[in-house]
Write a protein that binds this ligand. Structure first.
Ligand SMILES: *Cc1c(COP(=O)(O)O)cnc(C)c1O
Length: 417
């Protein structure tokens, strides 16, 4: 049986424990936040940086600030490349949202495989990914082929192989599944796509900052990902995109903006893009958001992705154990891979009354996420969630369900974030 004293020992020997005080934790000491994979907490350094960016840089430097703001997208990209997603300098840049970057890179990939008529994704990919790819397929008269995927165990190499053929232009999948947390086989799937002559585009939203991402090692072509989840860059902070260096001059993105232009301030009327990663930029970047990415990504890089992933496995293993001991007898089932090696940094539990339980848990000071169908998605953040927080949160969950307190909450789902 898991007990509180054992869990406190895990915190006492946790090498990442000192990172907790690098975050602004708010004033509610009773609150246990288990949704850092939807919106991470603010690093203190980010708050200081944003204040300085407004008061000193914007107010003091005015337009002159652009002489260094203009380098932030690449600078933050290099921190992500070297410290977070296993890529080389100059292969990652920060811009736009994940949805827009997915569109840009998917369109560029399709243009690079003329004559091929199929885009492969899976039917449990994050909705925006499915919509963007469906929109591209419809506009170009292509087929969107969706691999049927088990929502609790994730997309498999065998499933991808079955969907491949010599008319596939692009395979686009999520590395860590947003609902179950299942990790896809980046090496195997990328190699299979390449064997079929297709380009591979990974969505890293739930893996960047939580699990190792072997972009260079797996010879990945293209990737996108967001920064406001595990990278703690702040609400609406811009996303990143990755293009392998040899592909950069070959690919043409569909939104021809002036931030991709050679001699941008030469103001020429004809589009002539640079050959580097800035080729995939479009327009004026959100400077406060870029500072959020720079600070958040630097903090994760400092902690080290291997250490973050090791603690994510420890935290989610604890959740699985507590589920088995306390929650399974109350009607919960595990809706994530049981093996930590197959799982990202969150655990999802199914219960027929998950929506009511979600509301009741929040009323008791724990913030999880709700995901259809009838699932609680529980995301600890290795940089600031303690093992004791998980223990305490699960104890509250067990007690409230045991006592039926969730029955007082509406069963009808309202707005969900
Ligand atoms: C969160 C998330 C997104 C979000 O895309 P935005 O453009 O930032 O809204 C996209 N894909 C996945 C897999 C996500 O988890």
């Amino acid at each position: 049986m898991t007990n509180r004293a054992d869990v406190e020992k895990l915190d006492a020997s946790d090498p990442l424990a000192p990172f907790r005080e690098r975050f602004a934790l708010g004033s509610d000491e009773n609150l246990i936040y288990l949704d850092g994979n939807s919106l991470g907490r603010p690093p203190k350094s980010t708050l200081a940086r944003l204040r300085a960016a407004a008061e000193e840089e914007w107010a003091g430097q005015l337009i002159r600030g652009w002489s260094h703001w203009i380098e932030l997208a690449r600078k933050a990209g290099d921190v992500l490349a070297g410290g977070v997603v296993g890529a080389r300098p100059g292969e990652v840049v920060v811009s736009d949202s994940t949805s827009v970057n997915l569109y840009k890179l998917a369109a560029a990939a399709l243009d690079a495989r003329p004559g091929r008529r199929v885009i492969v994704t899976d039917d449990d990919n994050f909705p925006t990914d499915q919509y963007i790819l469906a929109g591209l397929a419809e506009a170009r008269g292509l087929e969107l082929r969706r691999i049927p995927t088990d929502i609790d165990t994730g997309v498999t190499l065998a499933g991808v192989r079955e969907a491949l053929s010599d008319d596939v232009a692009l395979v686009s999948l999520s590395h860590v599944a947003y609902r179950s947390g299942a990790i896809a086989d980046m090496h195997g799937i990328t190699a299979a796509a390449h064997e079929a002559g297709a380009l591979m585009l990974w969505d890293l939203c739930h893996s960047a900052g939580s699990v190792p991402v072997p972009l260079t090692a797996a010879n990945v072509d293209l990737a996108v990902g967001c920064t406001y989840k595990h990278l703690n860059a702040g609400p609406g902070a811009p996303a990143f995109l990755y293009v392998r260096s040899d592909l950069q001059p070959q690919l043409r993105q569909p939104i021809w903006g002036w931030f991709g232009q050679r001699d941008q301030f030469g103001m020429a009327g004809d589009y002539d893009p640079v050959d580097t990663i800035e080729r995939f930029l479009v327009g004026t970047p959100p400077v406060p958001g870029l500072y959020g990415v720079l600070e958040g990504a630097s903090l994760s890089a400092e902690a080290g992705i291997d250490a973050i992933y090791a603690k994510a496995q420890g935290l989610t293993d604890l959740m699985v154990s507590l589920h088995d001991e306390w929650l399974a007898p109350l009607g919960f089932t595990l809706a994530s891979p049981r093996d930590a090696a197959q799982r990202g940094a969150h655990v999802t539990l199914h219960h027929p009354q998950a929506w009511q339980i979600c509301q009741a848990w929040q009323a008791e000071g724990v913030i999880p996420d709700f995901r259809t169908p009838e699932r609680l998605r529980i995301g600890p953040a290795p940089l600031y969630t303690r093992y004791a927080d998980v223990f305490e949160a699960f104890e509250r969950l067990r007690d409230l369900v045991q006592e039926g307190r969730h029955n007082a909450f509406p069963a009808e789902r309202s707005r969900v974030t």
